[in-house]
Design a protein around this ligand. Structure first.
Ligand code: IDP
Ligand code: MG
Length: 140
């Protein structure tokens, strides 16, 4: 099924000049960039985006990290885009990520792991709407 998903190059990826590398991996896998921007989140916005993790011990540090610099959110479209982006990213902890994944190749820790990707269709709908209006997403 053709899906849309939200991916983000996190502040560590932007700071280290990995925006192009991350996008190139998605495009090389056949995913199409249909929306893209650079933004900087404040703490309420980052907390809202990661609301599902609010009770986790790493939440304050995660919000601090995600507000520490610019991020590059994008909407990717393609066949099975949600699962395929997750596969290209690799496991949350880079030490557990498969060889050849973005996190295995570039992440510096379980927190500073370069990239975000939606984990389900419902999450993708919510997360896309956090960053893009309908008219900001390319149709044809
Ligand atoms: P995901 O990004 O692979 O979907 P989630 O469990 O949804 O992983 O966690 C969201 C983000 O929170 C992770 O990408 C990472 O930046 C951070 N994170 C997750 N687990 C930990 C942890 O145990 N310690 C520190 N940061 C974590
Ligand atoms: Mg997640």
């Amino acid at each position: 099924m053709i899906e849309r998903t939200l991916a983000i190059v996190k502040p560590d990826g932007v700071d280290r000049g990995l925006v192009g590398t991350v996008i190139a991996r998605f495009e090389a896998a056949g995913l199409r960039v249909v929306a893209l921007k650079m933004v900087r989140l404040d703490a309420p916005a980052a907390g809202g985006f990661y609301d599902v993790h609010r009770a986790r011990p790493f939440f304050p540090s995660l919000v601090s990290f995600m507000t520490s610099g610019a991020i590059v959110p994008m909407v990717l479209e393609g066949e099975d885009a949600i699962a395929r982006v997750r596969g290209l990213m690799g496991a949350t902890d880079p030490a557990k990520a498969d060889a050849g994944t973005i996190r295995r190749d570039f992440a510096s820790s379980i927190e500073r792991n370069v990239v975000h990707g939606s984990d389900s269709a419902a999450t993708a709908d919510f997360e896309i709407a956090c960053f893009f209006s309908a008219l900001e997403i390319r149709t044809r």
